[in-house]
Ligand binder design. Structure first.
Ligand SMILES: *[C@@H]1O[C@H](CO)[C@@H](O)[C@H](O)[C@H]1NC(C)=O
Ligand SMILES: *[C@@H]1O[C@H](CO)[C@@H](O)[C@H](O)[C@H]1NC(C)=O
Length: 370
Protein backbone atom coordinates (compact mmCIF):
# COMPACT_ATOMS: atom_id res chain seq x y z
CA UNK A 1 0.00 0.00 0.00
CA UNK A 2 1.28 3.42 -0.87
CA UNK A 3 1.75 5.75 2.04
CA UNK A 4 0.18 9.14 1.91
CA UNK A 5 2.72 11.92 1.84
CA UNK A 6 3.10 13.66 5.13
CA UNK A 7 1.72 16.99 3.98
CA UNK A 8 -1.42 15.31 2.73
CA UNK A 9 -1.97 13.61 6.07
CA UNK A 10 -1.66 16.90 7.85
CA UNK A 11 -4.25 18.43 5.59
CA UNK A 12 -6.59 15.55 6.29
CA UNK A 13 -6.20 15.96 10.02
CA UNK A 14 -6.85 19.65 9.72
CA UNK A 15 -9.98 19.01 7.72
CA UNK A 16 -11.22 16.65 10.42
CA UNK A 17 -10.51 19.21 13.10
CA UNK A 18 -12.45 21.85 11.26
CA UNK A 19 -15.33 19.47 10.77
CA UNK A 20 -15.53 18.51 14.43
CA UNK A 21 -15.19 22.10 15.60
CA UNK A 22 -18.19 23.18 13.57
CA UNK A 23 -21.20 20.96 14.18
CA UNK A 24 -23.47 23.02 12.00
CA UNK A 25 -23.54 22.47 8.25
CA UNK A 26 -21.70 25.04 6.18
CA UNK A 27 -23.83 27.14 3.96
CA UNK A 28 -24.52 27.32 0.30
CA UNK A 29 -24.13 30.77 -1.17
CA UNK A 30 -26.24 29.79 -4.12
CA UNK A 31 -29.12 28.33 -2.11
CA UNK A 32 -29.17 31.16 0.43
CA UNK A 33 -32.01 33.66 0.13
CA UNK A 34 -31.85 37.38 -0.44
CA UNK A 35 -34.93 39.61 -0.48
CA UNK A 36 -36.32 42.93 0.68
CA UNK A 37 -37.26 46.48 -0.31
CA UNK A 38 -33.65 47.59 -0.73
CA UNK A 39 -33.47 45.54 -3.92
CA UNK A 40 -36.22 47.61 -5.53
CA UNK A 41 -35.30 50.91 -7.06
CA UNK A 42 -38.72 52.40 -6.29
CA UNK A 43 -38.65 51.99 -2.52
CA UNK A 44 -37.03 55.24 -1.45
CA UNK A 45 -35.87 55.16 2.16
CA UNK A 46 -33.22 57.05 4.11
CA UNK A 47 -31.51 53.75 4.77
CA UNK A 48 -32.30 51.08 2.25
CA UNK A 49 -32.19 47.53 3.47
CA UNK A 50 -32.72 43.92 2.53
CA UNK A 51 -32.45 40.55 4.20
CA UNK A 52 -30.37 37.46 3.81
CA UNK A 53 -31.23 33.98 5.04
CA UNK A 54 -28.28 31.58 5.13
CA UNK A 55 -29.22 28.17 3.76
CA UNK A 56 -27.30 24.90 4.08
CA UNK A 57 -26.21 22.88 1.01
CA UNK A 58 -29.14 20.57 1.81
CA UNK A 59 -31.55 23.46 1.50
CA UNK A 60 -32.20 23.97 5.19
CA UNK A 61 -32.38 27.44 6.73
CA UNK A 62 -29.57 28.04 9.19
CA UNK A 63 -30.92 29.04 12.58
CA UNK A 64 -27.62 30.28 13.96
CA UNK A 65 -24.76 32.38 12.65
CA UNK A 66 -22.89 30.49 9.94
CA UNK A 67 -19.78 28.74 11.25
CA UNK A 68 -16.31 29.55 10.00
CA UNK A 69 -14.50 32.71 9.06
CA UNK A 70 -16.11 33.47 5.73
CA UNK A 71 -18.17 36.62 5.75
CA UNK A 72 -21.02 38.06 3.80
CA UNK A 73 -20.24 41.27 1.99
CA UNK A 74 -22.25 43.70 -0.04
CA UNK A 75 -20.67 45.71 -2.84
CA UNK A 76 -22.75 48.44 -4.44
CA UNK A 77 -21.75 50.35 -7.52
CA UNK A 78 -23.32 52.65 -10.01
CA UNK A 79 -24.35 50.86 -13.21
CA UNK A 80 -22.74 53.49 -15.32
CA UNK A 81 -19.02 54.05 -14.81
CA UNK A 82 -19.67 57.68 -15.72
CA UNK A 83 -21.83 58.26 -12.67
CA UNK A 84 -19.89 58.62 -9.50
CA UNK A 85 -21.95 58.05 -6.38
CA UNK A 86 -21.22 57.91 -2.71
CA UNK A 87 -22.91 54.99 -1.02
CA UNK A 88 -22.31 53.93 2.54
CA UNK A 89 -22.56 50.18 3.07
CA UNK A 90 -22.11 49.14 6.69
CA UNK A 91 -21.17 45.57 7.56
CA UNK A 92 -24.08 43.12 7.40
CA UNK A 93 -25.87 42.94 10.72
CA UNK A 94 -25.78 39.36 11.97
CA UNK A 95 -29.08 38.65 13.70
CA UNK A 96 -27.61 35.45 15.15
CA UNK A 97 -30.44 33.31 13.86
CA UNK A 98 -29.13 32.54 10.40
CA UNK A 99 -30.43 35.80 8.99
CA UNK A 100 -28.66 39.05 8.25
CA UNK A 101 -29.77 42.59 7.72
CA UNK A 102 -27.97 44.37 4.90
CA UNK A 103 -28.18 48.15 4.81
CA UNK A 104 -26.95 50.92 2.59
CA UNK A 105 -27.34 54.64 2.42
CA UNK A 106 -27.12 56.57 -0.80
CA UNK A 107 -25.88 60.12 -0.74
CA UNK A 108 -26.88 60.90 -4.27
CA UNK A 109 -29.41 59.95 -6.87
CA UNK A 110 -28.27 57.53 -9.57
CA UNK A 111 -29.89 57.92 -12.98
CA UNK A 112 -28.71 54.77 -14.72
CA UNK A 113 -29.06 52.41 -11.81
CA UNK A 114 -27.25 50.34 -9.24
CA UNK A 115 -25.50 47.02 -9.22
CA UNK A 116 -25.70 45.25 -5.88
CA UNK A 117 -23.39 42.32 -5.35
CA UNK A 118 -24.01 40.07 -2.37
CA UNK A 119 -20.98 37.90 -1.74
CA UNK A 120 -20.06 35.09 0.59
CA UNK A 121 -16.30 35.13 0.43
CA UNK A 122 -15.88 35.47 -3.31
CA UNK A 123 -19.04 33.60 -4.25
CA UNK A 124 -22.19 35.32 -5.36
CA UNK A 125 -25.17 34.72 -3.06
CA UNK A 126 -28.60 33.77 -4.44
CA UNK A 127 -29.29 35.76 -7.62
CA UNK A 128 -26.48 38.24 -7.03
CA UNK A 129 -25.65 40.57 -8.72
CA UNK A 130 -28.92 42.47 -8.42
CA UNK A 131 -29.52 45.20 -10.95
CA UNK A 132 -31.69 48.13 -9.92
CA UNK A 133 -32.71 50.03 -13.02
CA UNK A 134 -32.53 53.75 -12.45
CA UNK A 135 -33.42 56.29 -11.52
CA UNK A 136 -32.67 55.29 -7.97
CA UNK A 137 -33.51 58.33 -5.91
CA UNK A 138 -31.91 59.17 -2.67
CA UNK A 139 -34.12 60.07 0.22
CA UNK A 140 -33.80 63.83 -0.03
CA UNK A 141 -34.66 64.01 -3.69
CA UNK A 142 -38.00 65.72 -3.87
CA UNK A 143 -39.73 63.76 -6.56
CA UNK A 144 -43.19 62.78 -5.43
CA UNK A 145 -45.01 59.93 -7.11
CA UNK A 146 -48.20 61.31 -8.56
CA UNK A 147 -50.29 58.23 -8.09
CA UNK A 148 -50.61 57.25 -4.43
CA UNK A 149 -51.72 53.77 -5.39
CA UNK A 150 -48.62 53.20 -7.47
CA UNK A 151 -46.56 54.35 -4.53
CA UNK A 152 -48.38 52.02 -2.15
CA UNK A 153 -47.91 49.15 -4.53
CA UNK A 154 -44.17 49.74 -4.78
CA UNK A 155 -43.94 49.69 -1.01
CA UNK A 156 -46.13 46.57 -0.79
CA UNK A 157 -48.43 48.38 1.62
CA UNK A 158 -51.08 46.14 3.15
CA UNK A 159 -54.59 46.43 1.67
CA UNK A 160 -56.16 46.87 5.06
CA UNK A 161 -54.99 48.49 8.26
CA UNK A 162 -57.56 47.25 10.80
CA UNK A 163 -56.16 49.39 13.60
CA UNK A 164 -56.64 52.55 11.57
CA UNK A 165 -60.20 51.59 10.68
CA UNK A 166 -60.92 51.01 14.34
CA UNK A 167 -59.26 54.20 15.51
CA UNK A 168 -61.21 56.37 13.12
CA UNK A 169 -64.54 54.62 13.65
CA UNK A 170 -65.58 57.00 16.44
CA UNK A 171 -64.52 60.06 14.43
CA UNK A 172 -66.70 60.11 11.33
CA UNK A 173 -65.86 63.78 10.91
CA UNK A 174 -63.12 66.05 12.15
CA UNK A 175 -63.82 69.67 12.93
CA UNK A 176 -60.54 71.49 12.54
CA UNK A 177 -61.86 74.75 13.99
CA UNK A 178 -62.99 73.07 17.13
CA UNK A 179 -59.77 71.12 17.49
CA UNK A 180 -57.80 74.30 17.09
CA UNK A 181 -59.40 75.55 20.28
CA UNK A 182 -59.64 72.35 22.26
CA UNK A 183 -56.47 70.44 21.60
CA UNK A 184 -53.91 73.00 22.79
CA UNK A 185 -55.98 73.55 25.92
CA UNK A 186 -56.29 69.88 26.73
CA UNK A 187 -52.88 68.62 25.72
CA UNK A 188 -50.55 71.50 24.98
CA UNK A 189 -50.38 73.22 28.34
CA UNK A 190 -50.28 70.24 30.61
CA UNK A 191 -48.33 67.66 28.71
CA UNK A 192 -46.37 70.13 26.65
CA UNK A 193 -45.42 67.98 23.71
CA UNK A 194 -47.64 68.83 20.81
CA UNK A 195 -46.58 69.65 17.34
CA UNK A 196 -49.38 71.07 15.24
CA UNK A 197 -49.01 70.42 11.54
CA UNK A 198 -50.78 71.53 8.44
CA UNK A 199 -50.08 69.75 5.20
CA UNK A 200 -51.07 71.90 2.28
CA UNK A 201 -50.10 71.52 -1.36
CA UNK A 202 -47.45 69.05 -0.36
CA UNK A 203 -45.87 71.57 1.95
CA UNK A 204 -45.57 70.99 5.63
CA UNK A 205 -46.12 73.69 8.20
CA UNK A 206 -45.66 73.32 11.87
CA UNK A 207 -45.91 75.08 15.17
CA UNK A 208 -44.69 73.59 18.41
CA UNK A 209 -46.78 73.80 21.51
CA UNK A 210 -44.49 72.86 24.31
CA UNK A 211 -41.45 70.75 23.78
CA UNK A 212 -40.70 69.51 20.33
CA UNK A 213 -39.22 66.15 19.41
CA UNK A 214 -37.53 65.09 16.27
CA UNK A 215 -39.74 62.25 15.14
CA UNK A 216 -37.54 61.50 12.19
CA UNK A 217 -35.18 59.46 14.31
CA UNK A 218 -37.77 56.74 14.57
CA UNK A 219 -37.12 54.61 11.53
CA UNK A 220 -33.35 54.60 12.02
CA UNK A 221 -33.81 53.50 15.60
CA UNK A 222 -35.76 50.46 14.59
CA UNK A 223 -32.89 49.16 12.55
CA UNK A 224 -30.33 49.92 15.20
CA UNK A 225 -32.21 48.13 17.88
CA UNK A 226 -32.44 44.86 16.00
CA UNK A 227 -29.38 43.60 17.75
CA UNK A 228 -30.96 43.56 21.19
CA UNK A 229 -30.22 40.43 23.09
CA UNK A 230 -31.87 39.94 26.44
CA UNK A 231 -33.68 36.80 27.23
CA UNK A 232 -36.58 38.13 29.27
CA UNK A 233 -37.74 41.66 29.04
CA UNK A 234 -40.58 43.43 30.70
CA UNK A 235 -42.57 46.07 28.93
CA UNK A 236 -44.09 48.69 31.22
CA UNK A 237 -45.83 51.91 30.37
CA UNK A 238 -44.44 55.32 31.10
CA UNK A 239 -46.88 58.16 30.69
CA UNK A 240 -48.10 56.89 27.34
CA UNK A 241 -47.51 53.67 25.42
CA UNK A 242 -44.14 52.13 26.14
CA UNK A 243 -42.18 52.92 23.01
CA UNK A 244 -39.65 50.28 23.97
CA UNK A 245 -42.10 47.59 23.03
CA UNK A 246 -41.45 47.45 19.29
CA UNK A 247 -37.72 47.26 19.91
CA UNK A 248 -38.26 44.46 22.39
CA UNK A 249 -40.43 42.57 19.95
CA UNK A 250 -37.76 42.80 17.27
CA UNK A 251 -35.10 41.22 19.45
CA UNK A 252 -34.98 37.52 20.08
CA UNK A 253 -36.21 37.76 23.66
CA UNK A 254 -39.47 36.58 25.04
CA UNK A 255 -41.53 39.67 25.73
CA UNK A 256 -43.70 39.95 28.83
CA UNK A 257 -46.15 42.73 28.20
CA UNK A 258 -48.09 44.59 30.85
CA UNK A 259 -51.80 45.01 30.15
CA UNK A 260 -52.29 48.54 29.07
CA UNK A 261 -55.00 50.89 27.87
CA UNK A 262 -52.44 52.41 25.52
CA UNK A 263 -51.48 50.92 22.23
CA UNK A 264 -49.46 51.54 19.14
CA UNK A 265 -50.58 50.92 15.63
CA UNK A 266 -49.22 47.39 15.35
CA UNK A 267 -50.57 46.03 18.66
CA UNK A 268 -53.68 44.63 17.08
CA UNK A 269 -51.68 42.06 15.14
CA UNK A 270 -49.82 40.88 18.22
CA UNK A 271 -51.70 38.34 20.33
CA UNK A 272 -51.06 37.28 23.94
CA UNK A 273 -49.63 33.76 24.30
CA UNK A 274 -48.88 33.71 20.59
CA UNK A 275 -46.47 36.63 20.27
CA UNK A 276 -45.87 37.67 23.87
CA UNK A 277 -46.77 36.77 27.45
CA UNK A 278 -49.38 39.07 28.99
CA UNK A 279 -48.93 40.30 32.54
CA UNK A 280 -51.46 42.13 34.68
CA UNK A 281 -51.56 45.87 34.88
CA UNK A 282 -50.55 45.80 38.55
CA UNK A 283 -47.76 43.30 37.78
CA UNK A 284 -49.07 40.91 40.46
CA UNK A 285 -48.46 37.91 38.24
CA UNK A 286 -45.06 38.90 36.92
CA UNK A 287 -43.07 36.33 38.88
CA UNK A 288 -45.58 33.64 38.09
CA UNK A 289 -45.26 34.36 34.37
CA UNK A 290 -41.48 34.38 34.51
CA UNK A 291 -41.66 31.02 36.30
CA UNK A 292 -43.94 29.74 33.59
CA UNK A 293 -41.47 30.82 30.92
CA UNK A 294 -38.63 29.07 32.74
CA UNK A 295 -40.58 25.86 33.11
CA UNK A 296 -41.91 25.88 29.58
CA UNK A 297 -38.74 26.76 27.77
CA UNK A 298 -39.73 25.25 24.44
CA UNK A 299 -43.04 27.00 24.30
CA UNK A 300 -41.54 30.26 25.54
CA UNK A 301 -38.98 30.08 22.76
CA UNK A 302 -41.70 29.47 20.24
CA UNK A 303 -43.64 32.51 21.43
CA UNK A 304 -40.48 34.63 21.34
CA UNK A 305 -39.73 33.54 17.79
CA UNK A 306 -43.29 34.01 16.60
CA UNK A 307 -43.36 37.50 18.14
CA UNK A 308 -40.08 38.42 16.54
CA UNK A 309 -41.09 37.25 13.07
CA UNK A 310 -44.42 39.05 13.18
CA UNK A 311 -42.85 42.23 14.53
CA UNK A 312 -40.17 42.15 11.88
CA UNK A 313 -42.83 42.01 9.25
CA UNK A 314 -45.04 44.71 10.76
CA UNK A 315 -42.34 47.12 11.79
CA UNK A 316 -40.31 47.32 8.64
CA UNK A 317 -39.49 50.96 8.04
CA UNK A 318 -41.34 51.05 4.74
CA UNK A 319 -44.46 49.69 6.44
CA UNK A 320 -44.38 52.70 8.77
CA UNK A 321 -44.59 54.96 5.75
CA UNK A 322 -47.61 52.98 4.59
CA UNK A 323 -49.18 53.41 7.99
CA UNK A 324 -48.62 57.15 8.23
CA UNK A 325 -49.88 57.62 4.73
CA UNK A 326 -53.14 55.81 5.43
CA UNK A 327 -53.69 57.68 8.68
CA UNK A 328 -53.26 61.05 6.98
CA UNK A 329 -55.51 59.98 4.15
CA UNK A 330 -58.28 58.94 6.56
CA UNK A 331 -57.83 62.13 8.52
CA UNK A 332 -58.09 64.21 5.37
CA UNK A 333 -61.28 62.47 4.28
CA UNK A 334 -63.00 63.41 7.52
CA UNK A 335 -62.10 67.07 7.72
CA UNK A 336 -65.08 69.41 7.61
CA UNK A 337 -63.09 72.38 6.38
CA UNK A 338 -59.97 72.97 4.33
CA UNK A 339 -56.71 72.97 6.23
CA UNK A 340 -55.02 76.33 6.61
CA UNK A 341 -51.64 77.64 7.53
CA UNK A 342 -52.32 78.95 11.02
CA UNK A 343 -50.83 81.78 13.00
CA UNK A 344 -47.42 80.96 14.34
CA UNK A 345 -46.73 78.22 11.83
CA UNK A 346 -43.51 77.93 9.94
CA UNK A 347 -42.80 76.14 6.70
CA UNK A 348 -40.74 73.01 7.25
CA UNK A 349 -38.34 73.08 4.31
CA UNK A 350 -37.33 70.01 2.40
CA UNK A 351 -33.68 69.23 3.00
CA UNK A 352 -31.44 70.48 0.22
CA UNK A 353 -29.86 68.03 -2.14
CA UNK A 354 -26.47 69.57 -1.76
CA UNK A 355 -24.42 66.52 -2.70
CA UNK A 356 -25.55 66.40 -6.29
CA UNK A 357 -28.09 67.63 -8.70
CA UNK A 358 -31.28 65.72 -8.20
CA UNK A 359 -33.05 65.43 -11.48
CA UNK A 360 -36.57 64.33 -10.86
CA UNK A 361 -37.79 62.16 -13.70
CA UNK A 362 -41.42 62.73 -12.84
CA UNK A 363 -43.41 65.84 -13.47
CA UNK A 364 -43.84 67.55 -10.14
CA UNK A 365 -47.54 67.28 -9.61
CA UNK A 366 -49.90 69.61 -7.86
CA UNK A 367 -50.71 67.72 -4.72
CA UNK A 368 -54.08 67.11 -3.23
CA UNK A 369 -54.64 68.85 0.02
CA UNK A 370 -54.53 66.72 3.08
C1 LIG B 1 -36.41 29.75 5.19
O1 LIG B 1 -36.40 31.11 5.48
C2 LIG B 1 -37.16 31.90 4.60
C3 LIG B 1 -36.91 33.34 4.97
O2 LIG B 1 -36.90 33.56 6.32
C4 LIG B 1 -38.62 31.52 4.70
O3 LIG B 1 -39.41 32.30 3.84
C5 LIG B 1 -38.76 30.05 4.35
O4 LIG B 1 -40.08 29.63 4.52
C6 LIG B 1 -37.82 29.22 5.21
N1 LIG B 1 -37.84 27.86 4.71
C7 LIG B 1 -38.02 26.81 5.48
C8 LIG B 1 -37.96 25.48 4.83
O5 LIG B 1 -38.23 26.92 6.68
C1 LIG C 1 -54.06 43.01 40.58
O1 LIG C 1 -55.12 43.11 39.66
C2 LIG C 1 -56.00 41.99 39.66
C3 LIG C 1 -57.04 42.23 38.56
O2 LIG C 1 -56.42 42.31 37.33
C4 LIG C 1 -56.64 41.81 41.02
O3 LIG C 1 -57.49 40.67 41.03
C5 LIG C 1 -55.56 41.67 42.07
O4 LIG C 1 -56.15 41.63 43.36
C6 LIG C 1 -54.58 42.84 42.00
N1 LIG C 1 -53.49 42.59 42.92
C7 LIG C 1 -52.96 43.53 43.70
C8 LIG C 1 -51.82 43.12 44.56
O5 LIG C 1 -53.37 44.67 43.72
Amino acid sequence: MRRLPRARLLALQLALLVASGAPEAPLSAQRSLVWGPGLQAGVVLPVRYFYLQAVSPEGQNLTRSPPGQTLFRVVIKSLSPKELVRIHVPKPLDRNDGTFLMRYRMYETVSKGLKIEVLYGDEHVAQSPYILKGPVYHEYCECPEEDPQAWQKTLSCPDKEPQIEKDFASFPSINLQQMLIEVPKRFGDERGAIVHYTILNNNIYRRSLGKYTDFKMFSDEILLSLARKYKYQVNVDGTVAAYRYPYLMLGDSLVLKQDSPYYEHFYMALKPWKHYIPIKRNLSDLLEKVEWAKENDEEAKKIAKEGQLTARDLLQPHRLYCYYYTVLQKYAERQLSKPEVRDGMELVPQPGDSASLCQCHRKRPLRQEL
